[in-house]
Design a protein around this ligand. Structure first.
Ligand code: PBG
Length: 337
């Protein structure tokens, strides 16, 4: 017999952490975090035309969809309990100009998709990216002069872009451009146009990352892009700077903040959540999706467990939700139980 002092040590062999793991029911009971369809935002790619479905080569299982097909697919996502979708356009290269003027055309592809999606699925949240890259012949998120990405001149265009998207029925404006001051400017512009109920989810800590490559293929900006985005997106070496970015965006009126990419930046998600307690989102980006699918389609990883483990990791890191190309797949798995 051990005496009570020894029992109170709280160490092995009296304490055995494996007891809580012995059965499925205890594992469920002591789980600290959980994943549900409520946590998911599904990014989708829209292309002009009818009945179109174009596979994105670097994102197996992801297609660019014309609006009619998109409406059907979003219907399936709604049935799976996914609360919101994020719409990204593939813009005809002929419409790309140095001033990205198509971005502010109220009849552009994004606006048409948004208004038709809203009409078909009024209860579903619609998120729109604010940035010029799909519309800009330079492939950059801002206006370019002599090779430099202009900050203050870009803000005016971003504000106009946000207002046309809000007018089309967008619920959440998501500026992904990383210009300084854009959240405040966009909030002011939205309010001035009577869109005070439209939310802003700021891509607050967005890094200059290699993991956006497949996305740029999907929206057709990779061919256009001259150089890199290091003068406006963050250096992957930095973490304190992410807190400054987030703090500024909150001060300027962000309702929700985002960290991007996802998996290589879980430490940033944790710091942001702990520091600000804001609704905090992670973007499980295209390159992360491509990596996972590259391995699962080879049979090197088990797809279903890898998908759910990946998304649960974001919740554990402190994210309230995840933008992920895995959304419909994960929601299907979660429904199956
Ligand atoms: C555009 C934008 C990008 C992504 C979302 N919005 C690409 C970029 O900044 O170059 C990336 C999403 C992904 O990789 O899945 N500003």
């Amino acid at each position: 017999m051990t005496n009570s002092r020894e029992v109170a040590r709280g160490a092995y062999p009296e304490t055995r952490l494996r007891r809580n793991r012995r059965a499925e029911w205890t594992r469920r009971l002591v789980a600290e975090t959980s994943l549900s369809a409520d946590d998911l935002i599904w990014p989708v790619f829209v292309v002009d035309g009818d009945g179109r479905r174009e596979p994105v080569a670097s994102m197996p299982g992801v297609d660019r969809l014309s609006i009619d097909v998109l409406i059907d697919e979003v219907g399936k996502a709604v049935d799976l309990g996914i609360p919101a979708v994020a719409v990204f356009p593939y813009i005809d290269p002929a419409l790309k100009t140095p001033d990205a003027r198509e971005a502010v055309n109220p009849e552009n592809l994004v606006c048409r998709a948004v208004s038709q999606l809203k009409a078909a699925h009024p209860g579903t949240g619609i998120v729109c990216d604010v940035a010029l890259d799909p519309f800009n012949s330079d492939g950059h998120d801002g206006l370019v002069r002599d090779g430099a990405i202009l900050n203050d001149e870009t803000l005016d265009v971003l504000c106009e872009q946000a207002v046309v998207q809000a007018a089309a029925g967008c619920d959440i404006i998501a500026p992904s451009d990383m210009m300084d001051g854009r959240i405040g400017a966009i909030r002011y512009a939205l309010d001035g146009a009577g869109h005070e109920d439209v939310l802003i989810m700021s891509y607050a800590a967005k890094y200059a990352s290699a993991f956006y490559g497949p996305f740029r293929d999907a929206v057709g900006s990779s061919g256009a892009l001259k150089g890199d985005k290091k003068t406006y997106q963050m250096n992957p070496a930095n973490s304190d700077e992410a807190l400054r970015e987030v703090a500024m965006d909150i001060d300027e009126g962000a309702d929700m903040v985002m960290v991007k990419p996802g998996l290589p930046y879980l430490d940033i998600i944790r710091r942001v959540k702990d520091a600000f307690g804001m609704p905090t989102f992670a973007y499980n980006v295209s390159g992360e999706y491509a990596m996972l699918k590259a391995a699962t389609t080879q049979g090197w990883l088990d797809n279903d467990t890898a998908v759910l483990e990946t998304l649960l990791a974001f919740k554990r890191a402190g994210a309230d939700g995840v933008l992920t190309y895995l959304a419909t797949e994960a929601a299907t798995l979660l429904k199956r139980g």
